[in-house]
Design a protein. Structure first.
Ligand code: NAP
Length: 428
């Protein structure tokens, strides 16, 4: 079975190898699974970049039976990815072989074991293995999915979009809650301290989304467009290499606030549009902007008579679609501190929301809102297209995707999904 590994010190270096599976007896409260359909996006580059600090490398350690040098877990790691897997074997009475689980998988075809404990919502499980305790809770959550009546197109969208849609959902629903009585206010880094209704009130704010065609930014835009009347920002500016597609999506939803999308080369021209909003605050969400867009926007604000005294809040959400050198990674961390950027953590927001609201209402609402996105897909993301790949090895597999992502070659409209293995046919 093919396994994909990435160098922990230089994420550009990656390799594949074949692993002969040596099956040990399955432990109690466990399932043995194999990934069937996964997605890859810039998000996976972040899992490698922050893999040691945020423990993403702990998810699926390289098996000890891997050939050298890849069996050295201090040097090589398996980048995890969101998607589906099929249960091959189970010692959990409620989960049969053949069940499909949604969650976080290795970007490989080898079978892995999960030790699961039932969560309070039926069909929801938590991974409890010792080696995964430092991983953030979001990445240890799994749920059973009935895919019996689903076509491959809708499964592709679920795998390709649902993982990143969550970030936009929790930001719009909890960090900038439209109604604190219905949805508790949560700090972008989780918890409730240091984030008040004044900061979260969009109605006096101009909101700027940088790198607006990332799937994560598109999800925030979508949930903004769906907000109840009067709860959106005064104006919503999106900066991207694909302004036409982003404006097309906005036009389809007829948002109740003015929306504008500009290219990276137009950042210097937005002063009047932002000033005319007569806002009290500017919120900038940085999803990983290129071409020094954040610096240039700050320049526009600082040199504007009507904008320079406004309170500016910068949310740090994502990184550029590229492999960062150690120097670039250090500079990005230093910039967060220097600009007092507010770090955003989807896992921490979700866990606080669950704690305050209860898991059942939280997941029931999110599932409903996800299904609405699927129904609205052609409006929400008119230019997005599923790009199907297969397996691990070669240009059309995970290996090729890693090269393209690392070199910033995955175009804004591409949603990469990979068929990993089909247990029924025993093939890809
Ligand atoms: N903090 C959190 O909790 C959280 C949660 C989810 C995701 N994230 C982060 O958000 C970021 C975005 O993730 P994603 O998976 O949504 O991204 P994605 O869809 O893979 O992003 C693709 C985008 O990258 C931009 N891009 C950058 N360099 C490019 C190049 N050379 N050629 C073409 N396009 C390029 C384009 O956007 P533009 O042209 O519009 O710039 C393109 O639309 C990641 O860093 C991810 O880790 C953070």
């Amino acid at each position: 079975m093919a396994v994909h590994v990435v160098s922990k010190t230089d994420n550009r270096q990656h390799a594949t190898f074949q692993l002969l599976e040596q099956q040990q007896p399955l432990r109690p409260s466990s399932v043995r699974v194999r990934a069937s359909l996964i997605t890859l996006s810039s998000n996976n580059l972040s899992y490698a970049l922050g893999g040691t600090r945020l423990h993403w490398w702990d998810t699926y350690p390289v098996p000890a039976t891997a050939p050298a040098p890849y069996n050295d877990n201090s040097a090589w790691g398996i980048v995890p990815a969101w998607g589906f897997a099929t249960v091959l074997e189970s010692t959990i009475p409620d989960i049969d072989a053949g069940t499909t689980l949604y969650g976080y998988w290795p970007t490989s075809q080898h079978a892995v074991d999960l030790q699961l404990a039932a969560d309070e919502v039926p069909g929801h499980w938590k991974e409890t293995s010792g080696h995964r305790t430092a991983l953030m809770p979001l990445y240890n959550r799994y749920n059973v999915l009935d895919i019996s009546n689903r076509d491959s197109e809708s499964l592709g969208w679920e795998v390709g979009i649902k993982p990143v849609l969550l970030a936009g959902y929790v930001l719009s629903q909890y960090v900038f809650t439209p109604d604190p009585k219905l949805n508790p206010l949560v700090h972008p880094f989780g918890g409730t301290e240091g984030w008040d209704t004044g900061t979260a009130d969009l109605s006096k704010s101009v909101f700027v989304s940088l790198s607006a065609s990332t799937k994560t930014a598109r999800s925030l835009a979508y949930y903004f467009y769906c907000r109840p009347a009067g709860s959106g920002p005064l104006r919503f500016l999106q900066v991207t290499s694909s302004p036409a597609a982003i404006v097309e999506a906005a036009d389809k939803f007829l948002p109740q606030f003015p929306v504008k999308a500009v290219g990276y080369d137009e950042v210097e021209s937005v002063e009047t549009w932002l000033s005319d909003a007569k806002g009290e605050r500017i919120i900038i969400a940085d999803f990983g902007a290129r071409y020094r867009a954040l610096d240039r926007l700050r320049g526009v604000i600082d040199s504007s008579i009507s904008l320079k005294d406004l309170k500016v809040t910068i949310l740090q959400i994502g990184n550029q679609q590229k492999v960062y050198t150690p120097g670039e990674a250090r500079a990005a961390q230093a910039e967060i501190v220097a600009l007092s950027k507010v770090r955003t953590n989807t896992s921490a927001i979700q866990e606080t929301a669950i704690e305050l609201q209860g898991a059942a209402p939280y997941f029931s609402e999110y599932d409903k809102r996800w299904k609405q996105w699927l129904e609205h897909r052609e409006c929400a993301a008119p230019d997005l297209e599923l790009v199907w790949g297969e397996g691990v090895v070669g240009d059309t597999g995970v290996e090729g995707a890693w090269d393209r992502l690392g070199q910033g070659q995955v175009r804004p409209e591409e949603v990469l999904v990979y068929r990993m293995f089909n247990e029924r046919s025993g093939r890809l």
